[in-house]
Write a protein that binds this ligand. Structure first.
Ligand code: ADP
Ligand code: MG
Ligand code: MG
Length: 209
């Protein structure tokens, strides 16, 4: 199967997982934020689902760009522009490509992380989505470097993203709304780190089929 078709399958599965976890993500955000993360994400991905049929013959860059613009225009709150920027940056490195290799995957992650850092002025360890995405990226890089196949690589990356979510329970938020709580944010897992983990896991689940 061509990567552009696979990418669409992955994004549809991400959307499905986001819809299934809408309440969970919202509950996590209710504890340390304003209780809308699941609503925001589900709204954005639903809007993307409505466009997906127009994308089946498109290249990977166009697909990701459509997702990015959809998230930026439909998702309120911090996560819309952050994820939107991430996917927009990723779209640029795969512009015009119908097939993706491991090198492309790493470059996409690098760009996504760079985009989130730039837009949110954050770093790893601030209790955000970066705390699950960066460990996943590090793990993918190591796995590809040691010759693991893409499915194995994403399985380990998913585990590392999950560890990252667990780690967010132990630290205080210094970015986003949760930072208003200061030390009281400790003990809660970050909603955005959780949605990132769910997305990375959806990539793995789709690839292993
Ligand atoms: P809002 O906080 O505006 O209501 P959401 O609830 O949809 O937006 O998203 C909150 C999530 O966004 C947080 O859990 C965190 O992971 C992420 N986030 C917030 N600010 C930043 C930032 N500056 N950098 C990276 N991620 C951030
Ligand atoms: Mg919120
Ligand atoms: Mg909000």
């Amino acid at each position: 199967m061509k990567s552009n078709k696979k990418l669409i399958e992955i994004l549809r599965n991400i959307s499905k997982v986001i819809q299934e976890n809408k309440q969970f993500l919202t509950d996590l955000d209710a504890a340390i934020g304003d209780g809308d993360h699941g609503l925001n994400m589900s709204k954005g991905f639903k809007a993307f689902d409505e466009k997906v049929l127009t994308l089946v013959e498109k290249d990977c860059g166009s697909i990701l760009k459509t997702l990015a613009m959809t998230l930026i225009s439909t998702v309120g709150g911090a996560s819309g522009p952050l994820y939107g920027t991430a996917f927009l940056k990723a779209s640029i490195v795969v512009n015009g490509k119908m097939n993706l290799d491991n090198e492309d995957i790493l470059k996409m992650f690098e760009e996504m992380i760079g985009g989130i850092k730039m837009r949110g002025k954050g770093e790893r360890g601030e209790k955000t989505m970066l705390d699950s995405i960066i460990p996943a990226y590090d793990s993918l890089k190591e796995s590809f470097g040691s010759g693991k196949d893409v499915v194995q690589a994403f399985r380990t990356a998913t585990e590392q993203a999950f560890e990252g979510v667990e780690f967010t329970k132990t630290i205080k938020a210094t970015k986003g709304r949760a930072s208003y709580l200061g030390d009281r944010s400790i003990g809660h897992q970050d909603p955005g780190a959780t949605s990132s983990y769910l997305m990375i896991n959806a990539v793995y689940e789709t690839l292993k089929k």
